[in-house]
Design a protein around this ligand. Structure first.
Ligand SMILES: [Fe+2]
Length: 343
């Protein structure tokens, strides 16, 4: 038993308000990290929780054999006994990866809280959520919730405007600590989805941008032309060609929609970390969370309350961006402005 990991899990579960006598379901598949399986269940038992493990079969479809990038039906899809067990639990520790917006919403609507963990133990322990992370994320979310417009610029040539108000919020601080709350541990960022067809402008993915699920740093800048809420052109050299071909293979025009937009808030996360791990080791939550990144994304908006449900989903944390909400500066060349953090 990895004692440090056990201690980390105890801290996370306590922060998720796990109490003696609560029922916890551990959702497992063959690709679940064995150290997390062992330590999380042991930690729950030490807190006096009732533990039930659900070991599901493997999901048959995967994107290029990649379990951390896959979006779509899973072995939970249509598995009514498994869904029923999770709906009657107080909390689900998802070490498999439920398809977002489908059974997951049904389970959350029943009041069950869900914590997803896919990062390896080293990243999980290094970026362990703190009360300060939560405070920072909730303060940022409060500002974003009130905002009706966003303007993003960069020296690389980004000049992009969007309006908000139609959809909900995505606030991640790594803890599922309220009934019906979902979170992904570790992660620290906020985002919301644009009002339909209001995104317009140019987004330049400069060298050093990370594109997920590729888990690669862009080496040749990519220029995205966005009109009426959708990417209309993808221009550049090799990286643009790769992105164009990846998106085209889904044969789904909705994959080109602008999806959630927000910024990273985790000071312990590093932009460089993604380059240090094998692609199958990490789900890249560190890349999504590093402090001051502007995260652009494409594809679905089901989680925000929309109807767009496409498996073509890219999260794209960018460096060097300036961003304002309703004219109030939030990011200044990747630095979160102090006034924004006091809110
Ligand atoms: Fe996303």
């Amino acid at each position: 038993m990895n004692v440090k990991l056990l201690t980390a899990w105890q801290q996370v579960l306590q922060s998720c308000k796990v109490k003696q006598g609560e029922s916890l379901v551990f959702l497992l598949a063959e690709h679940s990290h064995p150290e997390h399986v062992e330590a999380s269940r042991a930690a729950a038992s030490t807190l006096g929780a009732r533990v039930l493990s659900l070991q599901l079969g493997e999901t048959t479809m995967r994107a290029a054999g990649e379990t951390t990038a896959y979006i779509g039906p899973t072995s939970l899809t249509g598995n009514l006994p498994a869904v029923a067990a999770m709906k009657s639990a107080d909390m689900v520790i998802d070490l498999m990866g439920i398809d977002r917006g489908t059974e997951q919403q049904e389970i959350l609507d029943a009041g069950t809280r869900i914590l997803l963990v896919k990062e390896p133990p080293e990243i999980f322990m290094r970026l362990l959520p703190t009360p300060e992370d939560k405070r920072r994320a909730l303060a940022a979310a409060e500002m974003l919730k009130k905002a009706r417009s966003m303007h993003v610029t960069s020296e690389a040539g980004t000049d992009f405007k969007v309006e908000f108000g139609q959809y909900g919020m995505l606030v991640q601080y790594g803890l599922a600590d309220e009934p019906g709350r979902w979170d992904h541990c570790p992660s620290t960022f906020v985002a919301t989805w644009p009002t339909e067809r209001t995104s317009n402008g140019i987004v330049v993915l400069d060298r050093g941008t990370t594109i997920l699920p590729f888990k690669e740093y862009v080496h040749t800048p990519i220029t995205l032309t966005i009109e009426g809420g959708y990417i209309r052109k993808i221009e550049g050299e090799f990286d643009a060609q790769y992105l164009r071909d990846y998106m085209a293979k889904f044969e789904d025009p909705e994959g080109y929609a602008v999806s959630h937009l927000g910024w990273g808030l985790q000071k312990k996360a590093h932009w460089t970390a993604l380059g240090m791990y094998d692609k199958r080791q990490t789900n890249a939550m560190e890349a999504r969370s590093f402090y001051g990144n502007f995260m652009f994304s494409t594809g679905p908006n089901l989680e925000g309350g929309g109807t767009r449900n496409t498996p073509c989903h890219l999260d794209i944390p960018m460096r060097g961006c300036s961003m304002s909400l309703d004219g109030q500066p939030i990011l200044d060349h990747e630095k979160i402005v102090p006034e924004a953090m006091r809110a």
